[in-house]
Design a protein around this ligand. Structure first.
Ligand SMILES: *Cc1c(COP(=O)(O)O)cnc(C)c1O
Length: 421
């Protein structure tokens, strides 16, 4: 019960009761209410849900070592504890060097390096929130359906906090990724099914019947973890807000979370403007970006595509319609990038000192194109979210060419002299 004690000390029991009574989920387009402990992550009409945080006008930033301690007034959880943390967050915010500024054309460029999280992607911030929730609901098992970063992250956090993890994977999941989950003691179930989306639907239905919570990339609880990124940026940028935040987008949880954090900071009176988000997708799978470019209000489903940006392959993202809605309301930008552009972006970031996976690299080329087209102004401050590490995906190296110099002990002197010239 250490978690309870910490929060009791921070807040006093009365306020916890207040949160417990008023917290709820609301659907993001029609504003319908649902109970906070709802197992399904979407509304009855499939709209995305978000946590309603009461009394933001009274929210204050407290002192404390962890983000979730300082921003406790903005969070719905009552069982938060460092027991469940693996040291997520506190990732570097670094100014882009000359090379990156020249490549993108953006002078005021910053990179938020989320690859420095415990399982090498931003997913860890959301996984911590999912564990807070599981502890609060006294769940002993949590599950996800994943082929990659999400499964790895939930596996690590489950192991840290003594919660059993089940990950359902489709048959095509690479064995390296499965091994990385099982090292944490996760039960991986490889499900033979004709189609990944079909498999997801079937498992979600079954889980609901069994009372098993399946967390996915766009769930309202994860979003509460992702929004801490906005609070961290607020501190790192000393209360200022960037003009644009560029986010490679798939299920949409990350982009929603960051924006929700800024909206809440604004409601609480800490900032007076919101950043504009830049939605980035691979051209081969761009259900959201293509809809926005064509002025549509609903996602355009993609299937039977291939892209090297493996972490952004949601062809029918449940959160997509909300993002299209928000893009219009808040004047966001959207851009897609080709496979060649993704590979080049990965190389460019490598040359600037960052080794990211293809999905994470997409932002670089997207920003370059938006700057060229004049959508991003000359003096705009632009932030790139580097979402995941390059080491996770070595397959992509088949697509890159290398310049490796062959030598031997006899020739090495001459070769080296040649090189140093
Ligand atoms: C999950 C993931 C994304 C996409 O985030 P969503 O919340 O699904 O939109 C982008 N990049 C990487 C590396 C990821 O792991």
């Amino acid at each position: 019960m250490v978690g309870d004690e910490i929060i009791a000390n921070l807040l006093g029991g009365i306020y916890i009761k207040g949160i417990k009574q008023s917290r709820r989920l609301i659907s993001t387009i029609s504003n319908n209410e649902y109970p906070f402990d709802r197992i399904e992550e979407v509304a009855v009409n499939d709209e995305t849900l978000e946590v309603f945080i009461p009394e933001l006008n009274k929210a204050r930033i407290k002192s404390g070592k962890y983000l979730w301690e300082r921003y406790v007034d903005f969070l719905p959880f009552t069982r938060m504890s460092k027991e469940f943390s693996l040291g997520e967050g506190n990732t570097p915010l670094i100014q882009g060097n000359d090379y990156l500024q020249k490549f993108t054309g953006v002078k005021d460029l910053f990179l938020k390096n989320e690859t420095q999280n415990p399982t090498w992607s931003f997913k860890d911030r959301g996984s911590l929130a999912c564990i807070f929730m599981a502890k609060e609901m006294e769940e002993v098992v949590t599950a996800t359906i994943s082929t990659g970063n999400m499964g790895n992250s939930i596996s690590a956090y489950g192991a840290k906090s003594g919660i059993n993890v089940i990950v359902f994977v489709p048959e095509f999941t690479p064995i390296e990724k499965i091994k990385a989950m099982t090292i944490h003691g996760t039960k991986v179930i490889k499900v033979k099914a004709p189609d990944y989306s079909f498999m997801k639907k079937r498992i979600l239905k079954l889980a609901k019947k069994l009372g098993l919570r399946i967390v996915s990339g766009n769930g309202p609880i994860r979003v509460e973890g992702y929004k801490l990124t906005a609070f961290e940026l607020y501190e790192q940028m000393e209360g200022t807000v960037p003009d644009y935040i560029t986010v490679p987008t798939s299920a949409c949880g990350h982009i929603r979370g960051i924006f929700k954090g800024y909206r809440e900071l604004k409601k609480a009176g800490f900032i007076d403007k919101l950043p504009k988000m830049i939605i980035v997708q691979a051209k081969n799978n761009s259900p959201i970006v293509s809809a926005i470019k064509e002025g549509k209000t609903q996602i355009q489903s993609f299937s039977n595509f291939t892209t090297i940006a493996e972490a952004i392959t949601s062809g029918t993202p449940m959160g997509g319609n909300e993002i299209i809605h928000k893009a219009k309301e808040f004047n966001w930008l959207a851009e897609d990038v080709t496979e060649e552009e993704i590979l080049e972006s990965q190389k460019v970031l490598g040359k600037a000192g960052y080794f990211v996976e293809p999905a994470a690299a997409t932002s670089v080329y997207a920003v370059k194109k938006l700057k060229q087209s004049g959508d991003i102004a000359n003096d705009a401050k632009v932030l790139l979210m580097l979402t995941g590490s390059g080491l996770k995906d070595m397959e992509v190296f088949k697509e890159h060419s290398f310049d490796i110099m062959e030598s031997n002990l006899h020739n090495i002197k001459v070769d080296l002299q040649q090189l140093l010239k």
